[in-house]
Ligand binder design. Structure first.
Ligand SMILES: [Ca+2]
Ligand SMILES: [Ca+2]
Length: 255
């Protein structure tokens, strides 16, 4: 008996045991079909992840049969809101219909064209962009959630894959994403690699066979941006991390 056969049989035995006494059925958490990570020159892996989700649907309103959406923060439509601490949480499903809504326990969001140098001049030497030139962060927190809606509609949705580009991950296993199903079940936590070069970009992307991701909790390092807060690589005590591109499967109406 090979190892895989043994695992399948073990699973069947667990299921049979639970069925016999008519108790709660075993909870089977779906496993990803792929987990893609990259550090340093991340371009090829990001492209691989994009391709795995299908063609780009841009800001096309309405649920598309297949494909992916992507937020790069760089479009001119966001310019009136940039470099301020109140970037609209629903911008990417109202102004631009990409099916994304953000929440944070902090005080707001900031889409920034200066590598956040207007918050703290030292940040220009810390952060980098993947897609030129804007990057994104919550304000007052290092946690944010992304939820999904049918593009252009306030209808809860699910996606089958989610990937994210980070800049300046210095500490292992502190920058990560946790994916959740509609019922709140965790679909797992996936860490970004640590930066491996001066560019400082990293990527993690997770794909499932079916659209089951309703929410993504994004954790950026170990602290929030601030005028007096320096990165651990620049004499500070916290690992500051911000994000660039978000790449996710087409949002399908959740049932
Ligand atoms: Ca960008
Ligand atoms: Ca850092």
């Amino acid at each position: 008996m090979n190892r895989n056969t043994g695992l399948v049989l073990a699973g069947m035995l667990v299921f049979a045991a639970c069925s016999d006494n008519n108790t709660t059925a075993p909870v089977v958490v779906p496993q990803p079909t792929a987990v893609v990570t990259a550090t340093g020159n991340i371009q090829a892996k990001v492209d691989e992840f994009r391709t795995s989700l299908g063609a780009a649907n841009g800001g096309t309103a309405g649920e598309q049969a297949t494909g992916r959406r992507e937020i790069n923060w760089d479009g001119a439509g966001a310019n009136p809101f940039n470099n301020k601490n109140d970037f609209p949480a629903d911008f990417f499903n109202t102004n631009v219909k990409s099916g994304a809504i953000f929440t944070t326990a902090g005080t707001g969001f900031r889409n920034d064209s200066t590598l956040f140098a207007e918050i703290n001049p030292a940040y220009a030497a810390q952060f980098n962009f993947f897609s030129a030139t804007k990057i994104f962060s919550p304000i007052g927190s290092n946690l944010l959630d992304q939820l999904f809606q049918v593009a252009g509609q306030p209808t809860p949705a699910v996606v089958r894959g989610f990937g994210i580009v980070f800049t300046d991950v210095d500490v292992a296993d502190q920058t990560r994403i946790e994916l959740f199903a509609v019922d709140g079940t965790s679909l797992g936590t996936y860490s970004s690699p640590v930066r491996s070069d001066a560019g400082g970009l990293t990527f993690v992307g997770v794909t499932f066979a079916d659209p089951i991701i309703a929410r993504v909790r994004i954790k950026l390092g170990t602290g929030a941006l601030g005028a007096g807060v320096n990165d651990i690589s620049a004499g500070g005590t916290v690992d500051l991390v911000v994000l660039d591109n978000l790449i996710y499967g087409e949002p399908h109406k959740a049932f």
